[in-house]
Design a protein around this ligand. Sequence first.
Ligand SMILES: Cc1cc2nc3c(=O)[nH]c(=O)nc-3n(C[C@H](O)[C@H](O)[C@H](O)COP(=O)(O)O)c2cc1C
Length: 332
Amino acid sequence: MVSDVTNAPAIASTAAPADGLRLAVDLGGLAMKNPLTVASGTFASGREYAALWQGTLGGGSPAPPLSLLGALTTKGVSARPWEGNVGVRIAESASGILNSIGLQNPGVEAFCSGDLAWLAAQDVPVIVNVSGHSVEEYCAVVERLEREKAVSAYELNISCPNVDCGGMAFGTSPAAAERVTRACREATARPLVVKLTPNVTDVTEIARACEAGGADALSLINTVAGMAIDARARRPVFDRVVAGLSGPAVKPVALYAVHRVSRAVGLPLLGMGGVATVEDVVEFLLAGATAVAVGTWNFHDPLALPHLLEGLEAWCEEQGVADVHELIGGLR
Ligand SMILES: Cc1cc2nc3c(=O)[nH]c(=O)nc-3n(C[C@H](O)[C@H](O)[C@H](O)COP(=O)(O)O)c2cc1C
């Protein structure tokens, strides 16, 4: 997937919606000025993108460049540093990529003193993506972050292996998903988003369990389990064999999951999986998402978010949409 930084919109034109157009949404208590955010792990904490956007978009705007986002979602943060996986970490596939990063991160303390301190000055709501190997580890991250004003919401990545259950992902068991949601619910009054994995038989069962556990919103989908093989070497490409598929290849899977979950629970949804165009954003809204995250496409077009925001405004104007809520769940 080749990067494309041409045809950059000006920050000034993306900072304020077109006249009269209402883009603001509420994601389970998280106020977003527009429905767009980034998917965890594809944007780090935004420092590199901010520098690029500032340099490319310019526009003489005094606003920090990331402030055009409805929210910024961070890379996964764990209680202690995680080293990540060895070997190949990303491989291309048709219309997407496979990744096996292993949720590498420096741990919550380094996150607070580093990226979070920087994010505090960016004038954008921050959703911290939380990883853990046990309920206690998830809670430890949330409890530490409760001391930080810069955090607006949490997104629990329940695709992590649960060491107390033989390494089975929390998000594949309704009981484990409900348990970790409830424990984190008790640790915070901030908006709590729980991120679902598509690698289950019935995603609505897990969605209902998270709702019962006290989630304010759900996000979906995380990556789809897959593998790649090096034919000449006759070996798996990834040391752990399995990797996570993302990008346009997964969009139909993601749309269907959002559609089904929106009918199964009463919670607002953050939809993601393969979003690349304005039509993709609108399709997720129609399927029932209140907000939409862009992930892998940031690697193809590092200006994807400013492009999509500008495109969404133009699309709404062209279609006579005055408020984005006309689209949310508006599938006929
Ligand atoms: C390189 C990479 C790293 C990711 N890291 C995380 C992570 O730390 N936490 C998480 O919940 N999801 C993570 N994801 C999953 C994405 O947030 C998103 O759910 C998924 O990629 C589908 O969206 P997309 O097709 O737009 O990328 C990662 C995805 C990629 C490609």
